[in-house]
Design a protein around this ligand. Structure first.
Ligand code: BTN
Length: 243
C-alpha cells in the first residue's frame, strides 16, 4: 500500500478522489492522503471532521480478485485489526467496536469506511477509507463529538508526526490484507475477537429497534454474533452498537 501515494492539501473527501482514480484504472495499493477534507464522510452519511494537521485522512484502492462481493465487508474488520495492532505500540488500551470503529478508553479514535464497486458478482475495486484523530486537543474536537471522541494526543499526552503514523498504518494494513487474501478470514477473526470492545458484555444494539444483547463474537462472514435475553443467538449484518 502506498507505492503510489498521492497527497492533496485540500479535497472534499479522499473517498471521492479514490473512486475517480479507481474508475480511471488506478493500480491496487494506490493511496490518497489529504491535508484536510471539506466534506469528509463517515458511515450512515455522517459527517467526518477532518481539519488540517490534526489527523490522518486517507483512502486506499484495493482490487482483491479472489474475494466475492458478499465478503467485502470483512475488509473493514481486517483493516480494524491491522490498525489496532499498530496502536498497541503506544501506551493505550485499543479496542475495536464492530464494525468499523477504533476505541481508546471507551471513546472513538478512528473510523473505517469501506466502499465497493461491483459488477455481475465481481468486485471491480474497493475504496478503503480511514480517518484517525491524532493531534487534536480536547478543544479541537467538534462540539457534537466532544463526549464520544478522542485523539492520540488526548490519550497519550504526546503529539505525533503524521507521516510516521501513516507509514506504520499502511505497512500494517498491507500485511493483514495480504494475509487475508492468502489465508482467508479465519485467523484474523480470532484476533478481532480478542480486540473486541465489550466482548462478552451486555450491550444495547440498534437494528430496527433497540434491544439488549450479549456480545459473543463475530461470524466467519463478518456478522456480529450476539445472544438475546432469551438465550437465542443472532447474527447481525447491519446494526449499530449503542452502548
Ligand atoms: C466512520 O467512522 O463512520 C468512518 C469514517 C471514515 C473517515 C475517512 S477519512 C478518509 C476517508 N475520506 C472520507 O470522506 N471518509 C474516510
Amino acid at each position: 500500500l502506498g507505492q503510489s501515494l498521492i497527497y492533496k492539501e485540500s479535497v472534499r473527501s479522499t473517498q471521492l478522489v479514490a473512486h475517480d482514480l479507481a474508475r480511471k484504472d488506478a493500480k491496487q495499493g494506490s493511496v490518497i492522503v489529504a491535508g484536510e477534507q471539506t466534506s469528509g464522510r463517515g458511515r450512515m452519511r455522517r459527517h467526518w471532521d477532518s481539519k488540517a494537521g490534526l489527523g490522518l485522512w486517507f483512502s486506499s484502492i484495493l482490487r482483491p480478485d479472489n474475494i466475492e462481493p458478499k465478503d467485502a465487508s470483512q475488509l473493514t474488520l481486517v483493516a480494524a485489526v491491522a490498525i489496532a495492532q499498530y496502536l498497541e505500540k503506544f501506551p493505550v488500551d485499543v479496542k475495536i467496536k464492530w464494525p468499523n470503529d477504533l476505541f481508546l478508553n471507551g471513546k472513538k479514535l478512528a473510523g473505517i469506511l469501506t466502499e465497493m464497486q461491483a459488477e455481475q458478482d465481481a468486485i471491480q475495486y474497493i475504496v478503503l477509507g480511514i480517518g484517525m484523530n491524532i493531534n487534536h486537543t480536547q478543544d479541537d474536537l467538534h462540539e457534537t463529538v466532544k463526549e464520544k471522541a478522542t485523539s492520540l494526543l488526548i490519550e497519550t499526552g504526546e503529539s505525533f508526526n503524521l507521516n510516521e503514523v501513516l507509514n506504520g498504518l499502511l505497512m500494517n494494513i498491507e500485511r493483514k490484507y495480504e494475509l487475508f487474501i492468502e489465508e482467508g478470514f479465519h485467523e484474523i477473526k480470532h484476533e478481532w475477537e480478542q480486540l473486541a470492545y465489550k466482548m462478552g458484555e451486555w450491550i444495547i444494539v440498534k437494528t430496527h429497534k433497540e434491544w439488549q444483547a450479549q456480545l459473543i463474537g463475530i461470524h466467519e462472514d463478518g456478522a456480529l454474533k450476539v445472544r438475546d435475553t432469551d438465550g437465542q443467538q443472532h447474527e447481525l449484518y447491519s446494526a449499530e452498537i449503542l452502548w
